[in-house]
Design a protein around this ligand. Structure first.
Ligand SMILES: [Zn+2]
Length: 60
């Protein structure tokens, strides 16, 4: 599993002007709103990689 997890958009303002932060691993800074945030991989979901169309009560 790769450690690369690069966000494409700021989760707070939606801007694309992101750059790696020196705060630590997985930390990014948004030049548009001056926010710093950190991405962290929590693990795989228990339900695995099966598709979501397993006859549930989803929309339509
Ligand atoms: Zn931002």
């Amino acid at each position: 599993m790769s450690e690369r997890a690069a966000p494409f958009y700021c989760p707070y303002c939606g801007d694309e002007d992101l750059r790696p932060s020196e705060q630590g691993h997985g930390a990014w800074e948004c030049a548009a709103c001056n926010r710093a945030f950190q991405l962290k991989f929590l693990g795989l979901l228990a339900r695995g990689l099966q598709r979501a169309d397993d006859g549930g009560d989803g929309p339509a």
